[in-house]
Write a protein that binds this ligand. Sequence first.
Ligand code: ATP
Ligand code: MG
Length: 441
Amino acid sequence: MSIYKAPRGTHDIFGKLALGLEKLDLISRQVFRKHNFKEVRTPIFEDVSLFTRSIGEATDIVEKEMYVFEDRKGRKLALRPEGTASLVRAYIEHRFDMTEPIGKFFYSGEMFRYERPQAGRYRQFLQMGAEYLANPSPNADVEIILVAKEILSTLNIKDITIHLNSLGCPKCRAEFRQKLVDYFASISDLCEDCKRRLEKNPLRLLDCKIDSNKFQNVPTMQECLCDDCNNHFQQVQALLKRVDCDYIVDHKLVRGLDYYTRTVFEVRSSSVGSQDALCAGGRYDNLVKELGGQQIPSVGFALGCERVLMACEQNGFFDSLQTDDVVFIALADEELFVDAFTFANDLILNNNDIRKDICLSENIIIEGPFLNKSLKSQFKLADKIGAKKTIIFGKNEFDKGKIIVKDMVTQEQKEVKLPDYCFNRQICNTDSNEVFKNVKK
Ligand code: ATP
Ligand code: MG
């Protein structure tokens, strides 16, 4: 048993999950690119105040989930719990408002939250997200929703529902807040979390996992939206309908971060159990100013990579992650090691002449040769790693300028002529062969 384990709430990524993440990364980058979003990579830690100020003091993330530490000079830092605050910080710091005529950006990377670990909920997890800055119009909200949806549908995730709501602007939200406080005052048995939040953040009561079912006829934000916010919300919906993007208006959707204004949305999947939110986002019209920039209305989303891959488990996505064919280089005579090694290197460097000569497809993985292994154990190894072909270097054939190509599926073997230059190199360059011969003695 190993002495060390990955810290609680973290997990090692390998095998199929690693391949799945690579594919997800590829697909999402293609979608981002098509929509003209440009990548920004920000540090994994930032000033803790960047997050407290943007996400909000009374949110779960700031109250209890952040990994906060001091560095050796006493700077208060936090591992990033989400990506938007960092991206907005970078936007202001580098004056992207002056250099980027269109404020479309994307990011991907690890986020950290001290949460109770469970399926689909980790302390270190991967998110990718897109932010559309400096566009106040409803089409920006819709493009953000469509980008998220496009990534999920390219992955063939079918059972998704887009939940949509509007949280209005600070002006109309104040009225909603008051209505909620009055409403909740009439409910006697609120859970401890809700009692605590009632003062600071009454909206959060709406998505309380314990209490939310008790709330009948609860006031909705829609009743309180001012004309401008209501128009915006209607326009977002009209555009979504126009492009056949299904959604449901969900009055209880409030989101856990304070910076949202107007549109908020969540994409949920019915195939991933209780942690069903694959992706979430919304508009944040005042955040850039709040963090020291201009008044720059913006909208974005973040997608939880692990959860998205959980939703892919049943749809054949992982079966389709076939890797390229493996070609195994085997040695029947060890004295040909250097020639076999050089040949493997030629194949890896994609020397197409050789590939054509031995009928290998364009994308292949090369493995071998190995020293100090019998031919039998080399074949066993080739089988274990699922090699489709084995190329055997044997003295008799090599002296005639040939190698053997064995098809591991049909077991058929045939002799193939080596390209002349492979053979000539062997004759002209005997030093390396000698070194290996000496070592063996
Ligand atoms: P949840 O309601 O699941 O806690 P959230 O509102 O905290 O989500 P966001 O901050 O909006 O989530 O993050 C966007 C997405 O990131 C979520 O929809 C989810 O897929 C993923 N996510 C959030 N927290 C975690 C976590 N601890 N582990 C894995 N994925 C997560
Ligand atoms: Mg959360």
